[in-house]
Design a binder for this molecule. Structure first.
Ligand code: FMN
Length: 159
C-alpha cells in the first residue's frame, strides 16, 4: 500500500496532458492514494523536500520542445541541479509520431533529467502517439498499474 501522496506534474500546451493527469489522479484516489495534480508552472524545487513519489505527464511542442508552462521548472532543475536521491518517478510522454525525430521529446527531457539528478525511474517511460490511435488516458491508466506495482515495491523494475 502506498501511504504517501503522489505528485503528478503536468506539462501541457493544449490540455491533453492535464486530462490524462486528472484521469490518473481519479484512479489513484479510487485506490485510497492521495494525488496532487500540479501544473508545471506552479512546481518548485522545494517540493522535493517533502514529496518523493512523482509522475511526470508531459506533452511536446515545437520540435521536441517542452511546453512553455514547463520551461522554468526544467531550467531550475538544470541550473540548480538538486539531489533527487530518494525520489521515485515515472513519465507519461504524449506526442505525435509525425514529428519522428523529436517524438515525445518533452517527456523524454524530464525523464532524463530526473534520472540524471539521482531520482529512481521505477518504470519505463510511456510514449503515446496520438496519430497511432488509442486514447492517451487509456494507455496512461494501463501504464499506471505498472507504476503502482513498482511504487508499492511489488515488482523489481528493469527500467
Ligand atoms: C505545434 C505542435 C508541435 C508539436 N511537436 C511535437 C514534437 O516535436 N514531438 C511530438 O512527439 N509531438 C509533438 N506535438 C504533438 C503534441 O505533443 C501532442 O499532440 C500532445 O498530445 C499534445 O498534448 P497537450 O494538449 O497536453 O499539449 C506537437 C503538437 C503541436 C500542435
Amino acid at each position: 500500500m502506498i501511504e504517501e501522496p503522489v505528485l503528478i506534474l503536468v506539462a501541457t500546451v493544449g490540455g491533453t496532458a492535464t486530462y490524462v493527469a486528472d484521469e490518473m489522479a481519479d484512479k489513484l484516489r479510487a485506490k485510497g492514494i492521495k494525488p496532487f495534480v500540479v501544473q508545471m508552472e506552479k512546481a518548485a524545487l522545494k517540493m522535493f523536500e517533502t514529496r518523493k513519489l512523482f509522475i511526470i505527464c508531459a506533452s511536446t511542442q515545437g520540435t521536441g520542445d517542452l511546453p512553455d508552462n514547463a520551461q522554468p521548472f526544467f531550467d531550475a532543475l538544470q541550473g540548480e541541479r538538486p539531489d533527487l536521491t530518494g525520489v521515485r518517478f515515472g513519465t507519461v510522454a504524449l506526442g505525435d509520431m509525425t514529428y519522428s525525430a523529436s517524438f515525445c521529446g518533452g517527456g523524454r527531457q524530464f525523464d532524463e533529467i530526473f534520472a540524471e539528478l539521482g531520482a529512481t525511474r521505477i518504470v519505463e517511460r510511456l510514449e503515446h502517439d496520438r496519430v497511432a490511435g488509442g486514447y492517451p488516458e487509456e494507455a496512461a491508466l494501463e501504464w499506471l498499474d505498472g507504476w503502482l506495482d513498482a511504487a508499492a515495491g511489488n515488482r523489481v523494475s528493469n527500467a
